[in-house]
Every structure is written in structure tokens, then in C-alpha cells.
Write a protein that binds this ligand. Structure first.
Ligand SMILES: Cc1cc2nc3c(=O)[nH]c(=O)nc-3n(C[C@H](O)[C@H](O)[C@H](O)COP(=O)(O)O)c2cc1C
Length: 312
């Protein structure tokens, strides 16, 4: 079984990928999306979103990180895919799931799920542009407003030569509201032979098992669940029980070190509050912590609160 860490713009950056892959259980990561409009982007854009390119395309603990591209023009996506691979990305992922309005205005992400032919053209152009041994994956939702094109889109992506397809089992309109329709992945599976990865609403080992049964898909991708429980991938693989709170508080302190001394120091107070928002789902202690740090804007003050949590 492969467990992948989901791309999450503004949340799962290289520091979060480093931390979560150190905790363990993840087999692969995907970057936040690189937005491609109508030009070849400078190398620095790729290095900014994927500093792991300086490390052979792997996190410090050795987990491969695939660059994700988002856009509508096959030619420009293909050219930028080439750059990503030249810089060392071990694969290219194409985002056909992003619901953000600003992205849709410039066309990219989920809106393309209404245009099966465009999906085909993009995947084909990118597949043709990068060496055959480099995987080209796509990440879709089940549709934009409804699921009527779910199978057709998956078939087009397969015929265009994609190596793997991640399915977030909801439409764009369904947003992030439970449930995820895992059984639709099984429907897609009946019509394609592309390796599938099931995604959406996996918060525990039990969810993972139900998802595998309903989707008939072994490989999984987890996003918010991994933030709510950092050792979720190990729990899914049956190697660990959910991490106890004191261990998690220690991890938060470690993350604080990364964030403050990494390149994101000024974002730290907001980042840690954002992460607490996800942790609240699994840990009641995170709610109390959030209340304690809610008004703090100074990083050092926040770290002091965390240190007290880890000692308690
Ligand atoms: C804050 C946030 C940012 C996201 N950013 C991306 C992104 O950049 N690329 C992408 O393909 N999906 C993105 N997603 C979707 C996730 O990768 C994933 O498909 C979704 O959260 C469902 O999985 P989960 O229930 O395990 O979180 C994002 C989701 C969230 C909540």
C-alpha cells in the first residue's frame, strides 16, 4: 500500500512536508501548485515551491516530491513540466481539482473537468514533453457541478498516457463537505486500467479501510487528516497508534523551530494557529492551546506556551 501526502496550498509547504515525512509512513508528496499561464516560468519559482529540488527531489528523510502544475494551456504546461523535470522533479502532477475562483478565472483546476478534450490535450502534451520514465500523474475531482463526466474524464486522462490518477471523490460544488463518494472511484476503476489513488475524508485508519473497500483502491492520499494526526500514514499502515498529545506538543515545538528559523518566520504565528485548527479535530487539547495562543502575535510567546504543554 502506498500512502501519499496531499498537496495543500498555503498549508503543506516544504517545512510541513519535511516534518510529516520525518514522522513517517508517507511514500510520496506533491507540492503546492505552480500556476502556469502563458509563459515559461523562471527556475526560482520551482525552487521556491519545491526547495526539495536542491535535494534530488526528495524531502530530507528521502521521500520523493512531485511538482504539481495548474493551468489550461497544453503547450505552456508541457514547457514548464520540462523545466520541473530538468531541475530534478521525480514526476509531474497536474491539478484538475482546485476550486479557487481566481484560478478558475484564468482557467485551471476543477473548471477543466467540464472540458474532457482539454484534459486529454494537457495530459498528452505533458506526457510527450517529459522522458518516458518520468511519471505524469493527474489529480481530479468527480466533476465540476455533477458527476456525469467522471468516468469520461478518467478515461481521457488514461488514454492521454498518464501514469497515475488521484481521485478526490467529490465534485467542485461539493467542496470539502462530507461525505466523500469513494464508491465512485470503484466505478471509474471498471472503465480504466490506470493506477488509481483514492482521496478525500480519510481521518483515521478505520476511514482508510472503509475507503479501500468502497473504492476498491489500495493506494491512498491524505491531506487534512495528516494535519489533524501527523502519524496518520503510520496508523493506516498498522504500525502505530495515534500519537499522544505530549508527543504532538513536542512536534509543534520542533515545527516552530523550522518555521521561525526557516524562510517563513513572519508567517509563523498564523501557521501554528492554522495547524491548531486542524488538530482540534483529533485532540481536544489543541482547542485549549488555540485559545491560549489566539491573541499572541509574537513567535517567542507562542513557543513558551507550547513548551508548557509539552512539559505537562
Ligand atoms: C487548504 C487546502 C489547500 C489545497 N491545495 C491543493 C493544491 O494545491 N493542489 C491540489 O491538487 N489539491 C489541493 N487541495 C486538495 C487536497 O489535496 C485534497 O484533495 C483534499 O483536501 C481532500 O483530501 P483530505 O480529505 O484528505 O483533506 C487543497 C485542500 C485544502 C484544504
Amino acid at each position: 500500500m502506498k500512502v501519499m501526502l496531499a498537496p495543500m496550498e498555503g498549508v503543506v509547504d516544504h517545512l510541513m512536508r519535511d516534518m510529516l515525512t520525518r514522522v513517517g509512513g508517507f511514500d510520496q508528496c506533491v507540492t503546492e501548485f505552480v500556476r502556469v499561464v502563458d509563459q515559461k516560468l523562471p527556475k526560482k519559482t520551482f525552487y521556491r515551491l519545491c526547495p526539495e529540488l536542491h535535494n534530488g527531489g526528495k524531502t530530507p528523510s528521502g521521500v520523493p516530491v512531485r511538482v504539481q502544475l495548474l493551468g489550461q494551456h497544453p503547450k505552456w504546461l508541457a514547457e514548464n513540466a520540462q523545466t520541473a523535470v530538468e531541475l530534478g522533479s521525480p514526476g509531474v502532477d497536474l491539478n484538475f481539482g482546485c476550486p479557487a475562483k481566481t484560478v478558475n478565472k484564468s482557467k485551471g483546476g476543477a473548471v477543466l473537468l467540464k472540458e474532457t478534450q482539454t484534459l486529454y490535450d494537457i495530459v498528452k502534451a505533458v506526457r510527450d514533453a517529459v522522458p518516458a520514465e518520468i511519471p505524469v500523474s493527474a489529480k481530479i475531482r468527480l466533476g465540476f457541478e455533477d458527476k456525469s463526466l467522471a468516468v469520461e474524464n478518467a478515461v481521457a486522462i488514461t488514454e492521454a498516457g498518464a501514469s497515475e490518477l488521484v481521485v478526490h471523490a467529490r465534485t467542485k460544488t461539493e467542496g470539502y463537505k462530507p461525505p466523500a463518494y469513494w464508491d465512485w472511484i470503484a466505478k471509474i476503476k471498471q472503465h480504466t486500467n490506470i493506477p488509481l489513488v483514492a482521496n478525500g475524508e480519510i481521518w483515521s485508519a478505520e476511514d482508510a479501510q472503509r475507503c479501500q473497500e468502497q473504492s476498491e483502491c489500495t493506494n491512498l492520499m491524505v491531506g487534512r487528516g495528516a494535519l489533524a494526526m501527523p502519524n496518520l500514514a503510520l496508523c493506516i499502515k498498522g504500525r502505530q497508534a495515534p500519537m499522544p498529545w505530549p508527543e504532538l506538543a513536542a512536534l509543534l515545538i520542533q515545527y516552530s523551530g523550522y518555521e521561525i528559523f526557516g524562510d517563513k518566520g513572519r508567517y509563523y504565528p498564523n501557521r501554528i494557529k492554522q495547524w491548531c485548527g486542524y488538530l482540534k479535530r483529533q485532540y481536544p487539547e489543541a482547542e485549549l492551546l488555540f485559545n491560549d495562543i489566539r491573541r499572541l502575535t509574537n513567535s517567542q510567546d507562542i513557543v513558551e506556551v507550547l513548551a508548557r504543554q509539552a512539559d505537562s
